[in-house]
Design a protein around this ligand. Structure first.
Ligand code: SF4
Ligand code: SF4
Length: 200
């Protein structure tokens, strides 16, 4: 398997940790969703970046799943790729669990002058928007958030999310073009940077 990561100065130990975490994504919290996501990113990568055709399918899967953990900063790419958001509304209408910070539950209920328990629910581990799928604050007529200026931090950083293990990764949602394009660009960055480093 090509070691782009060695060319980028990633140690074998860090790479092994990242591969272990990636394996956990395939079998754990995200499972099937994660496989579909990686497949969609792989297809987009091959379409947009012809040099990726030199890679074997398993190398593409390895690259995509690992760079989300040790690749370039997602926030920088998210800023650059804002236009990749198609405005489809999937993130506000199809997500069954919208996890929020406790601080957001206090801030938003205070701002809306409503009781916190009417807007949010605590499942013993995390705070969630009570009315999700679609979110009660999503306007299906124009696809906009009616509390946009006060929306929870989860919504502000989407498609960046935090896994159960506490790692910041792109939400593996194949329906979200924004998430897909951020990951595709991480893969391209990795391949191009490694090629430069190795003088190819
Ligand atoms: S609070 Fe607003 S941005 Fe967040 S999921 Fe609901 S509609 Fe979308
Ligand atoms: S799901 Fe992704 S592409 Fe669709 S509106 Fe949300 S951020 Fe944009």
């Amino acid at each position: 398997m090509p070691n782009y990561f060695e060319a980028l100065g990633v140690s074998d130990a860090d790479l092994a940790v990242a591969r272990g975490l990636a394996a956990g994504h395939f079998s754990g919290q995200f499972g099937e969703k994660y496989k579909k996501y990686v497949a969609r990113v792989g297809a987009a990568l091959l379409e947009i970046y012809p040099p990726a055709h030199k890679l074997q399918p398993e190398e593409i899967i390895d690259l995509i799943s690992v760079i989300d953990i040790i690749g370039p900063d997602s926030r920088g790419l998210m800023k650059r790729l804002k236009e990749s958001c198609t405005g489809c509304g999937w993130c506000c209408s199809q997500t069954k669990r919208i996890v929020v910070d406790e601080e957001d539950t206090l801030r938003i209920s205070r701002k809306l002058k409503q009781k916190r328990e009417d807007l949010f629910t605590f499942d013993g581990k995390e705070w969630l928007i009570k009315k999700a799928h679609p979110c009660g604050w999503w306007n299906p007529k124009n696809g906009r958030c009616v509390i946009y200026a006060d929306r929870p931090s989860t919504c502000r950083v989407w498609p960046l999310g935090v896994t159960e293990a506490g790692h910041k990764t792109i939400q593996p949602m194949e329906h979200c073009n924004y998430a897909v394009m951020v990951t595709v660009n991480k893969a391209i960055w990795t391949l191009e940077s490694a090629a430069k480093q190795s003088g190819a």
